[in-house]
Design a protein around this ligand. Structure first.
Ligand SMILES: C[S@@+](CC[C@H](N)C(=O)[O-])C[C@H]1O[C@@H](n2cnc3c(N)ncnc32)[C@H](O)[C@@H]1O
Length: 202
């Protein structure tokens, strides 16, 4: 891994994930959760301020040391206990059926094999536990889609593997989960980056 990927990209990506305008989306994503939650692609811990108080423990999976460091202040401020449980959401060193719920935000776009990560989450989440996903992805409009295809090669370099044309709803439905609700819309900003999906699955 080069200097850019190790040191520069995580700072750019974490800053892109920081706007307070994302707060409503993050809050909707985690509302109603309780117990122990695994979050893969934990990043700078940007969801922490939004977790309900019923969430007692978060198992965080994050490969980037820069991201882990950048999450320090939010971890300290959180009433939840945060445990680092791995570096790769595609390969979790956890037993089957060990965690209550799972959260993934803006990371199915970046994890190299998101299908594998979703199947890993299905394996470790207890039966009846929920998956919550918040993601940008493939827009419904052909004109926006064509811009997404054009921009994706640059996005992957600048944002360290981030894809613009993945379809989070399809990925979740195809990899072991039954979707129970989906909310999708454009948020303010350039359309290739701002078609958001917030979904829940069992
Ligand atoms: C765009 S950031 C999102 C961070 C955070 N979830 C948020 O909402 O602000 C994507 C994150 O996925 C992480 N990531 C990349 N590959 C991963 C993998 N194989 N397993 C887990 N996380 C990964 C990156 O290091 C990065 O922190």
């Amino acid at each position: 891994m080069g200097f850019y990927s190790r040191h520069v990209a995580p700072r750019i990506v974490d800053t892109a994930c920081s706007p307070s305008s994302l707060g409503r989306w993050r809050s909707r994503c985690v509302e109603g959760l309780s117990g122990t939650v695994i979050e893969i692609g934990f990043g700078g811990g940007r969801n922490l301020p939004y977790y309900p108080t019923d969430v007692k423990e978060i198992w965080a999976v994050e490969p980037s040391p820069v991201m882990r460091r950048r999450s320090a202040a939010r971890r300290e401020a959180s009433p939840c206990e945060i445990r680092w449980v791995g570096l790769d959401g595609q390969d979790l060193d956890l037993d089957d059926d060990t965690v209550d719920h799972a959260v993934v935000t803006f990371s199915l776009c970046t994890i190299p094999d998101p299908a594998r990560a979703l199947r890993e989450l299905r394996r470790v989440v207890r039966p009846g536990g929920e998956l919550r996903v918040l993601e940008h992805g493939l827009a419904p409009d052909p004109a926006v889609q064509s811009w997404q295809h054009r921009c994706e090669p640059f996005e992957k370099v600048i944002a360290d593997g981030c894809h613009l044309t993945r379809d989070p709803q399809q990925l979740v439905a195809d990899n072991g989960w039954n979707i129970t609700s989906v909310f999708q819309r454009y948020t303010p900003g350039p359309k290739p980056w701002t078609f958001f999906t917030s979904l829940r699955a069992l």
